[in-house]
Design a protein around this ligand. Structure first.
Ligand code: PLP
Length: 437
């Protein structure tokens, strides 16, 4: 096996499916990241989303109130904070489970990448004259006729497929989504209803991506959204940091050494949490602390970050794990090497949690805050308690923030759920109640 920054005991915990809190030894070590992406990319993505906003209102009337921006609220908590946060400070929920259009965190990155491709084509074909033109022209029959000659393809465990498929189809593209075996039936149904072609695979996410990539590469009119290697997705996700800063400002919260920001991000292949971390680090530097969260059965980012810069991430199968989890949004066997290298010195650590823990938090979110999420999202709520463990305390001391925790601002990033059909959610909730009692 490749060199891993893990002790024998940590490896054994991972292999046996026990929760682990791993601190990243490369944190704050700029040498650990060979080529960090350019921060300017975040602002370019933000500007692109703003250019498209008027068109998005035409395509999705639910975006009228936000002026065409796809954004979610930052929700304060009280009861939940008391229940799940033993270390002090306030707890907020970043409600991306309720992001309009796609219903998950994939809305930002996925939609941004589709818009990048549409813009590139439109400029090349002269449908728009430049970035100052009226982008509503891209909803015209002429534009749709052009877009219909092109395919946008993606491989997904479900939510990225929804994001790419919904946006691609809305613009008139021929959209093809390759779904892994973990993908839920309702997600496939929802896409088919929108005219998206769904290709079902009996293997894992990595295999669905590989098959999608191969099919798309064979067709010169097909564009592949490569979740394992995509700066466009990454920068779209990173825009969330700018939006979060606006929301913190509005709440009168200034992030500082006396008031640290601690963020818990569910991680699959790494793009969404990586992009957000990259954005938050650009804004808040050492005063923001980003922890990734993964199911005990799919700790692919942990293995990727514990590996070495410029090396392929170790697949979870090498530890004898099988991605056996209900957190379908996090059901990934191998992390994105590109993302691991991009944020290798920015991620504070990675923790893992059992499905039972996810369900307990899914229940608490519903019971205490009336928030309905899918299991993947609930893993973010394990974060504050992890900081109260040995490695957590060690981190807080090392970063000199143990004493400012009473002013700390914790953000649990809720990544998906509002599109889950009620019947499906009730099933989650029943399981959650059984486990919690
Ligand atoms: C995709 C997804 C994530 C993680 O994003 P990655 O880019 O795969 O790391 C987290 N939660 C949900 C619900 C998701 O769909």
């Amino acid at each position: 096996m490749t060199n891993l920054n893990l002790t024998q005991q940590e490896k054994e915990k991972l292999s046996s499916g026990h929760p682990l809190f791993w601190l990243n030894p490369a944190y704050q070590n700029a040498h650990a990241a060979p080529d960090t992406p350019d921060v300017a990319g975040i602002y370019e993505a933000e500007a692109r989303l703003a250019r498209f906003a008027p068109l998005l209102i035409d395509l999705f009337p639910e975006l009228k109130d936000t002026g065409g921006l796809i954004e979610s609220p930052l929700l304060p908590t009280d009861a939940l904070n008391k229940e799940i946060n033993p270390i002090g400070g306030r707890l907020f929920l970043k409600a991306d489970h309720a992001l309009p259009v796609a219903g998950s965190i994939k809305a930002r990155g996925g939609i941004h990448e589709v818009l990048c491709f549409a813009e590139q084509l439109a400029l090349k074909e002269g449908l728009i004259a430049g970035p100052d033109d009226d982008y509503r022209k891209l909803g015209s029959d002429e534009s749709r006729t052009l877009f219909a000659q092109h395919t946008i393809a993606v491989g997904s465990t479900g939510n990225l497929g929804l994001s790419i498929g919904i946006m691609g189809a809305a613009l008139g593209f021929n959209a093809v989504v390759h779904m892994s075996s973990d993908a839920k039936e309702w997600k496939k149904e929802r896409l088919r209803k929108r005219g998206v072609k769904v290709v079902e695979h009996t293997a894992d996410y990595g295999a669905a991506v590989a098959a999608g990539r191969a099919e798309s590469d064979a067709d010169p009119h097909s564009y592949f959204v490569d979740d394992e290697n995509s700066p466009r997705l990454f920068m779209g996700y990173a825009v969330a940091a700018l939006r979060l800063k606006t929301q913190l400002d509005a709440a009168g919260i200034e992030v500082s050494p006396e008031q640290p920001l601690i963020v818990y991000l569910p991680a699959g292949v790494g793009g969404a949490p990586g992009g957000i971390t990259f954005g938050l680090k650009a804004l808040f530097g050492d005063n923001v602390h980003c922890f990734f969260a993964e199911p005990v059965q799919a700790p692919c980012m942990l293995l990727g970050m514990a590996g070495e810069a410029g090396q392929e991430p170790v697949p979870i199968y090498e530890l004898g794990l099988q991605i056996d989890t209900d957190a379908d949004g996090l059901a990934v066997g191998t992390a994105s090497q590109w993302v691991c290298d991009a944020v290798r010195h920015q991620v504070s650590g990675v923790y893992t949690a059992t499905d039972d823990e996810l369900y307990q938090h899914l229940f608490s979110l519903k019971n205490l805050e009336n928030v309905e999420v899918e299991p993947s999202a609930a893993i973010s709520c394990c974060g504050p308690a992890m900081l109260n463990t040995g490695p957590g305390r060690q981190y807080l001391e090392a970063q000199n923030i143990a004493n400012s925790l009473k002013n700390g601002v914790h953000v649990a990033w809720l990544t998906g759920g509002s599109f889950v059909p009620d019947k499906e959610y009730q099933r989650y909730l029943e399981k959650a109640i059984k486990i919690s009692n």
